[in-house]
Design a protein around this ligand. Structure first.
Ligand code: AP5
Ligand code: MG
Length: 191
């Protein structure tokens, strides 16, 4: 199996690049943000809980997020591998993911970390906010909170993956095709 973590701050291009990578490598894309948004759309209890955190740009509690992610993996027992997008975001999430994949006799192949300056991230998210309907894109203060949460809680996971020799830092500014080429090359090193 090839299991990829696509990593980076809000607006780095994780979702955009995942949809290209899944086609190229035959992987299943699991975005916790997309899963939460689908729960919100369907007005589930989980969606209602997640929305109260997401609209402010805060993280949904690990207890909710980890359980949701595991059941999605279990729904796909014949998968060639997964692209984890927006997960893990905290150290407990990363540790749970490692233990869970180990129980399935597999592991993370690589963590691809997209590097994009804050100015560019804010510009991209405000632009998307004009039409996305995402409450967390519409307000610059919420976007800045998301970036702060990323720096405090998620960015430290780079060393978690670097310690396992799985971290690949990839320049995330350029055309979508250029960045896709860099990511594909990084995956080939670990596949
Ligand atoms: P989530 O949905 O994961 O959002 P995010 O990480 O904040 O960031 P985005 O999805 O907005 O950005 P992206 O990196 O996917 O970029 P995209 O390709 O869209 O999470 C939302 C919320 O859910 C969190 O705040 C939290 O509350 C909760 N949550 C989710 N996972 C969680 C977890 N594990 N634990 C706890 N809580 C969790 O691109 C962005 C924009 O830029 C697009 O408009 C795109 O068209 C454009 N763009 C892309 N590439 C380029 C390029 N090369 N040049 C110019 N523009 C580009
Ligand atoms: Mg996304």
């Amino acid at each position: 199996m090839i299991n990829i973590v696509i990593f980076g701050p809000p607006g780095a291009g994780k979702g955009t690049q995942s949809s290209k990578l899944l086609a190229q490598f035959g992987l299943i894309h699991l975005s916790t943000g997309d899963l939460f948004r689908s729960h919100i759309k369907n007005s589930t209890a989980l969606g209602l809980e997640a929305k109260s955190y997401m609209d402010k740009g805060n993280l949904v509690p690990d207890s909710v997020t980890i359980g949701m992610l595991k059941s999605k993996v279990e729904e796909n027992p014949t998968a060639k591998g997964f692209i984890f997008d927006g997960f893990p975001r905290t150290t407990p999430q990363a540790e749970s993911l490692d233990a869970f994949l180990k129980s399935l006799n597999t592991e993370i192949s690589a963590c691809l970390s997209l590097q994009v300056p804050d100015e560019e991230l804010i510009k991209r998210l405000l632009e998307r906010g004009k039409s996305s309907g995402r409450a967390d894109d519409a307000d610059e203060e919420v976007i800045k909170n998301r970036l702060g949460v990323y720096m405090r809680e998620t960015n430290p996971l780079k060393s978690f993956y670097a310690d396992q020799s799985k971290l690949e830092e990839v320049e995330g500014v350029g055309t979508i095709e250029e960045i896709f080429g860099r990511l594909s090359a990084a995956i080939d090193k670990h596949a």
